[in-house]
Design a protein around this ligand. Structure first.
Ligand code: ADP
Ligand code: MG
Length: 321
């Protein structure tokens, strides 16, 4: 099968809202009146971002999910995406599965594939997403203010836990492994929550590299600091609800420094707590208040007795910097 047959067979679908999709030199997009385009790109490379043994359906899902997660963090509504693929060979079973997982998530978010590039090479997937957001209303990293609450959606640490299980550094009960594996391979981009947080959250980011690190980006951009309640960690690791027991420090490492979570971390004034809860309820997304923003720069962790935690976190070596 040649390049053009492959594109026609697996990656060409009629577009509904974009004026022009796959097949010409450019795709054409039409954001609504008064809308700004939100654009983000994320690359997944075999061996670095996914295991070569992963189910191609899950890979198709994840390649788009990590990109939709960036739109979610900006409060943007998905419109379209492009797909650049490097493939070592034409494996039709792989392409079938990959495109199925990809389009299932794309359809769920009415996000259209409008173009891309296909080449031979070591397996790599690069997706660029385009979304729209009313001018001036995008959620940014720079909007956190002292006194704001710090929130996080969903659960944290389970993706990293699954990776550790695959590496053999931890052994999990079957139910906990399945739950963690689903979080690693099929993350849920929090698009609906991001949209509902427009006008409510003061700043937002999606958690891809671990909460402490990603929160650090928000704090630096906003020129503020934060204090986090370490006691919230066991409430955030989903595997603990599936028969797993772990020492507290291990739980904290996973939750605060795990990565690959694709949850939203965001800030909002205390006066907007009811609005945050309403956004969470309306979109069926759990949220948890995990700390507060301070004027003093840096990120501090407190235990339940309000004592500062100063230890280093596995996978996060510039804590406190
Ligand atoms: P060009 O020569 O202009 O780069 P190509 O020959 O690479 O165009 O691609 C032909 C058409 O197929 C273009 O519209 C391009 O956007 C689309 N395309 C190529 N690869 C993919 C892909 N993996 N997914 C979706 N569309 C693709
Ligand atoms: Mg090309």
């Amino acid at each position: 099968m040649g390049e053009f047959d492959l594109i026609a067979r697996y990656f060409t679908r009629p577009v509904r809202r974009s004026p022009l999709g796959v097949g010409d030199d450019c795709a054409l997009l039409q954001p609504g009146p008064g809308m700004q385009l939100a654009v983000s790109t994320d690359m997944l490379v075999e061996g670095r971002h996914f295991l070569s043994t992963v189910d191609p359906r899950a890979l198709g899902h994840k390649a788009l999910a990590v990109n939709l997660s960036d739109l979610a963090a900006c409060g943007a509504r998905p419109l379209a995406f492009t797909l650049a693929l490097a493939l070592p060979q034409v494996d039709e079973a792989w392409l079938e599965g990959f495109s199925e997982g990809l389009f299932a998530l794309a359809d769920a978010h009415a996000c259209e594939l409008v173009g891309g590039d296909t080449t031979r090479g070591p397996l790599a997937i690069n997706i660029t997403v385009f979304g729209e957001v009313p001018a001036g209303q995008a959620l940014l990293r720079s909007g956190a203010r002292p006194g704001d609450d710090l929130w996080v959606s969903g659960t944290l640490g389970d993706a990293r836990l699954a990776l550790e299980a695959f590496r053999g550094t931890v052994s999990l009960p079957q139910a906990a492994f399945e739950a963690a594996r689903a979080r690693l391979e099929r993350p849920t981009p929090r698009v609906a929550l991001g949209l509902a947080l427009r006008g409510v959250a003061s700043a937002a980011i999606d958690v891809s590299d671990g909460l402490l690190g990603d929160l650090g980006h928000v704090l630096r951009r906003s020129k503020v600091g934060a204090t986090l309640e370490a006691g919230c960690a066991p409430r955030l690791l989903d595997a603990l609800r599936h028969g797993l027991a772990l020492p507290p420090e291990r739980i904290e490492d996973l939750v605060f420094a795990g990565g690959d979570d694709y949850e939203l971390a965001f800030t909002a004034p205390p006066g907007r707590r009811a609005a945050v809860e309403a956004a969470a309820a309306a979109t069926g997304t759990p949220v948890l208040r995990i700390g507060r923003v301070d004027a003093e720069p840096g990120l501090r962790l407190h235990d339940a007795q309000q004592r500062p935690l100063t230890r280093r976190f596995a996978g996060f070596d510039h804590f406190g910097a």
